[in-house]
Design a protein around this ligand. Structure first.
Ligand code: TYM
Length: 336
């Protein structure tokens, strides 16, 4: 039995990058036979970046509805909110006690914060919370709590997966007695491992360059696509198809032949306005049927809540069993 697991932080509106990098490949992988899937809303992680309770709770419903609308079947998967499985935090502590501080010093998010403080002549740790510093350990706990084998993620999460393996290995060495108490997970990075946003950089909540997945309906999608930055070449003038993210976004929703044809049309002078409306049509083909489900789920948050609580019940039973084993292994319980 292969276990796949992935999570999304509940701090903003789900965007095309989340869908293409994580939701779509995760749901596709979960339909294979012999696979058990764990998909969750990383709301403890959300607290690290967000101190606005209204935004956090709204984002949770939006992300849950996005997963369900995209085809996640809560009967066949473990679908839960991280904070409904508090065993996560106990494992987090067990892992924290074996994680070298030096490993955390190298984490990208922490380094980015300290580098920018240094460049501005501030104290290097200004504004850095312990939550941010220990973020990778919490993510390791999410993954190791269910002994996941495969973790579908975008490329930005690869370092966290490597750290998870390091931490698990250390834990096994110390307490495993020759046994692999914790499974070493592998990242699964798809073809569209980094979907670009409006300005060509990685589509990301923190860059403010996202295109919403379902929010705002077709108009929201269209308004997002219209904001993609292009050059000022006129219709009829040949375009560089790689000069902005339009073609890459198109390819994320179209087959190889269709994308090659679109590339050729851009090169031979298709206007940017027309190119953008083709991009909207192409994305809509896949998203329109899902958006109806999304809207009806958003109108029924109590139903979403019920699904999440039922998922957490199932997940907790597994989490408790693993923790009992780990409590014995480290000496918190049992006799030697
Ligand atoms: P988060 O919430 O930033 O993003 C959720 C998922 O979406 C992917 N993603 C992208 N993929 C391709 N192109 C993009 N532009 C793009 N933007 C986002 C991310 O790579 C991620 O897979 N730490 C995680 C959440 C998390 C998690 C976990 C993931 C917490 N615990 C355990 C896996 C397993 C995060 O911040 O992702």
């Amino acid at each position: 039995q292969q276990r796949i697991l992935t999570g999304i932080t509940t701090t903003g509106i789900p965007h095309l990058g989340n869908y293409v990098g994580a939701i779509r490949p995760a749901i596709a992988a979960s339909s294979a036979s012999g696979v058990e899937s764990f998909f969750f809303l990383a709301d403890y992680h959300g607290l690290i970046k967000c101190d606005d309770p209204v935004r956090l709770s709204r984002s949770r419903v939006e992300i849950a509805a996005a997963w369900l609308a995209s085809g996640l079947d809560p009967e066949r998967t473990y679908f839960y909110r991280q904070s409904d499985v508090p065993e996560t935090l106990e494992l987090y502590w067990l892992l924290t006690c074996v994680t070298a501080k030096g490993l955390m010093n190298r984490a990208h998010a922490y380094k980015a914060a300290t580098d920018s403080n240094e460049a501005e002549g501030e104290d290097i740790d200004a504004g850095v919370t312990m939550g941010l510093f220990c973020y990778p350990i919490l993510m390791a706990a999410d993954i190791l709590l269910f002994n996941a084998h495969k973790v579908p993620v975008g490329r930005d999460q690869l370092q966290h997966l490597e750290m998870t393996r390091d931490i698990a290995q250390r834990f096994n060495q110390l307490f495993g007695n020759g046994k692999e108490l914790l499974t070493l997970p592998e990242a699964v990075v798809g073809e569209q491992a980094v979907l670009p946003g409006l300005d060509g950089r990685k589509m990301s909540k923190s860059y403010g360059n996202t295109i919403p997945l379902f929010a705002g309906g077709r108009d929201g999608l269209s308004a997002g696509v219209m904001k993609i930055v292009t050059d000022s070449k006129l219709p009829g003038e040949p375009k560089d198809p790689d000069a902005n993210p339009i073609l890459t976004l198109y390819s994320a929703f179209a087959g190889a032949d269709e994308s090659a044809a679109f590339r050729a049309e851009l090169a031979s002078g298709l206007g940017w306005g027309e190119a953008k409306s083709r991009l909207v049509q192409c994305i809509e083909r896949e998203l329109a049927p899902m958006r109806e489900r999304y809207e009806s789920l958003m109108a029924a948050p109590a139903k979403v809540e019920e699904i999440l609580l039922a998922g957490a019940d199932k997940a907790r039973a597994l989490a408790r069993a693993l923790l009992e084993e780990l409590r014995d292994a480290v000496g918190l319980r049992g006799f030697s």
